[in-house]
Design a protein around this ligand. Structure first.
Ligand code: NAD
Ligand code: DAU
Length: 352
């Protein structure tokens, strides 16, 4: 594999940190630059194990800042971008849609403009890989799957902003000839998942004997994929997809929220040495999410047939591994839930 300099945006976040780790370890001859603004969701502690590697570096930058992004392209001259930085939480998007437009839409266009300017004349030698979500396809009923040909039909401000960014990426391919690739993945789970999302929030609450909030009747279905399988899919797609292509990523692993939480409760009772049934008593039905999509389910046939990717873990095994990670990383959990990490970062960087 020839040398490459790759900017990975959002590398301090949940999925981004797994992608950074994979690329740093798999490709010692690549320079991996983690570009991240370190919002509440970004945490450099996610990358402690790779921070001293010679092929890893960190640049603190906000993709909403077009001038700064342009300067970073001029200074670092990246061969490729793998773009994960985003506001990622649906509930926050319902409270503050504009923040999602600013980062997910305008931030993506700022990166595309820098690529368009700095890669001009040699678009075939560079790649812009945009990481997106299955939520752009909208909601399914009880039957059917999202394929790469499913029409976009986003319902939340989050998914509308991701859909818009996907369209811009494809427009820059069609209009200017930039080499772009898009992947749309289902719900991820695993280590380093910020505890605002269902699985880590529930693990944290069960541990602390707090109610587990289930929206509506808990009948909504999500299609869960282990985060390291997503990172491996991104690796395979980045290296093998033809220009302009789209791949759906998922592993046929659908769960209603309530069944998932009941399984999680069983695992937690076992791990915490609690009597069977203790954690389930914490389940509390609360008001539904506005515009709550009923079901997501990915058809990953294209990725499996064309690029040979398959998920590696069964859900029960992956969920147990995830619980083990949270139980043995209390400090990480305490820091992100108490806000101590944010305070640390302000102290550390306020005079730089
Ligand atoms: P996350 O919220 O855990 O991390 C987002 C990262 O982006 C953080 O490190 C944050 O600091 C950074 N960031 C946010 N705004 C920024 C800005 N303006 N400039 C620079 N950096 C900024 O998100 P995640 O769950 O890891 O998701 C990563 C990507 O994958 C997103 O694009 C998301 O839409 C997509 N995705 C997520 C899932 C999922 O299940 N979590 C599934 C499919 C696709
Ligand atoms: O499908 C991919 C998407 O998955 C990603 O694009 C998003 O970035 C990611 O956040 C995730 O979105 P969801 O909205 O599906 O994830 P979340 O963990 O917020 O919710 C999962 C399901 O659980 C959903 O049906 C809402 C429900 N839920 C969530 C929370 C936080 C609850 O019932 N209670 C809760 O407290």
């Amino acid at each position: 594999m020839s040398n490459k300099k790759i900017i990975i945006t959002g590398g301090a976040g949940f999925i981004g940190s797994h992608v950074v780790r994979r690329f740093v370890n798999q490709y010692p001859n690549y320079d991996i630059i983690n570009l991240d603004a370190l919002t509440y969701a970004g945490n450099l502690a996610n990358l402690k194990d790779v921070e001293d590697k010679p092929n890893y570096s960190f640049v603190k930058a906000d993709i909403r800042d077009a001038v700064l992004i342009d300067e970073i392209f001029a200074t670092h001259k990246p061969d490729a971008v793998i773009h994960l930085a985003a506001e990622s939480h649906v509930d926050r998007s319902i409270e503050d849609p504009l923040a999602f437009v600013q980062t997910n839409v305008i931030g993506t266009v700022n990166l595309l403009n820098a690529a368009r300017k700095h890669w001009k004349g040699e678009y075939d030698k560079h790649r812009f890989y945009h990481v997106s979500t299955d939520e752009v396809y909208g909601a399914l009923g009880k039957e059917g799957f999202f394929t790469e040909k499913t029409a976009y039909d986003p319902h939340s401000p989050y998914s509308a902003s991701k859909a818009s960014s996907d369209h811009f990426v494809r427009a820059y391919h069609d209009t200017y000839g930039i080499d772009t690739v898009v992947s749309n993945c289902s719900n991820n789970y695993g280590a380093n998942h910020f505890p605002e999302k269902l699985i880590p929030l529930s693990i944290n609450n069960i541990q602390n004997n707090k109610p587990i909030p289930i929206y509506g009747k808990g009948e909504n279905v999500r299609d869960w994929l282990w985060v390291e399988d997503h990172a491996r899919a991104i690796d395979v797609i980045f290296h093998n997809a033809k220009t302009g292509e789209t791949f759906n990523i998922g592993g046929h692993n659908e769960w209603t929220n309530i069944d998932l939480i009941k399984l999680l409760c069983k695992i937690m009772d076992k791990k915490l040495d609690r009597e069977a049934g203790t954690s389930e008593k914490l389940i509390t039905y609360v008001q539904d999410r506005a515009g709550h999509d009923l079901r997501y389910a990915i058809d990953p046939t294209k990725l499996q047939n064309e690029l040979g990717w398959k998920p590696s873990l069964q859900f029960e095994e992956g969920l147990e591994k995830t619980v083990d990670w949270y139980l043995s990383n209390q400090e990480w959990l305490n820091n992100v839930t108490s806000g101590a990490y944010q305070k640390y970062y302000e102290n550390q960087y306020q005079n730089r």
